[in-house]
Write a new protein. Structure first.
Length: 289
């Protein structure tokens, strides 16, 4: 079956596969992102991963979803990896077209094409993992903004004098509600461990979870008042918490919206595969060019 190589390059791990045009995943692998070993090491790891996936089938193109400021031809800037102006060809040592895209917007495109966004032209996709960034769909179109920075919801200040953020500001949403922040605040390696402790009544986990929910409610109420989405779709690793997240968040979001109803809140049907399926769409666009 015709396929493309698709890799979602996350801050913690890379999710890669061979994906058919209709979104069927023919082959799937994960590997850690060696972020601490520097910019070149991450690029070399992606190159090796592309070669390995390409050898598992007969792909027609390569699609890569990466963080930061990105064009189809270049990774212009990615603070997470220390990348500046890396051409697409540097990521793949194969004789195939290579297309780059922004990780979160690509995941949003995949949600629109295959997943939970089917029924609305006014949607916010909010993957929550190592960080938090949103893909805003306004009137059926993914909105990038003037310079491609739209949707940086993780840096909305939810508590003006709150915890310091890597971006240089204080009190950013990501410092309370990203999966990595929730885990770190409880001395755990994953947010799933915090959910388990919270459900068994551990006071520290209960407090950290409640602050995460409140921070999300503040940021999502702000977004709702500006953009009036019909649906907010939570994705990424934190979405695996399911109703442990959605039930309290629905309550707090409604409480933060005084005069209007809250938008519908759901978790992503594509789950943590949305980014890889978005990378596959980039690959198929390169095939069609
Ligand atoms: Zn920040």
């Amino acid at each position: 079956m015709d396929c493309v190589v698709a890799i979602d390059v996350g801050g913690t791990s890379m999710k890669g596969g061979l994906v058919a045009r209709d979104g069927t995943i023919l082959h799937e692998q994960r590997r850690p992102t060696p972020r601490a070993e520097g910019p070149e090491r991450v690029i070399a790891t992606i190159r090796a991963f592309v070669a390995e996936l390409a050898a598992a089938g007969e792909p027609l193109a390569v699609g890569l979803a990466v963080p930061g400021l990105v064009t189809p031809e270049r990774a212009v800037f990615a603070a997470a990896f220390g990348w500046r102006d890396v051409p697409a060809a540097a990521f793949a040592d194969v004789d195939l077209p290579v297309a780059l895209g922004h990780d979160v917007r690509s995941a949003g495109e995949a949600e629109l094409a295959h997943g939970a966004g089917h029924d609305g032209g006014h949607v916010l996709f909010l993957p929550i993992g190592t960080g938090i960034a949103g893909a805003a769909v306004l009137s059926g179109t993914l909105y990038g903004g003037a310079a491609g920075w739209a949707g940086q919801i993780g840096h909305i200040p939810v508590w003006p004098d709150g915890r310091a953020c890597g971006c240089g500001q204080r009190g950013c949403l990501g410092q309370y509600a990203s999966a990595s922040a929730i885990a770190a605040r409880c001395g755990e390696t994953s947010a799933a461990d915090v959910v388990r402790r919270m459900q068994s009544g551990d006071p520290e986990a209960v407090l950290v979870w409640a602050e995460a929910v409140e921070a999300l409610a503040i940021a999502l109420a702000t977004y709702t008042l500006i953009a009036d989405p019909a649906v907010i779709v939570i994705g990424g690793g934190l979405s695996l918490a399911g109703e442990a997240l959605l039930t309290p968040l629905r309550g707090r979001l409604a409480a933060r919206l005084a005069f209007r109803a809250a938008p519908e809140l759901r978790v992503s049907r594509l789950g943590t595969r949305a980014g890889m399926l978005g990378a596959a769409l980039l690959g198929w666009q390169a095939v069609d060019r």
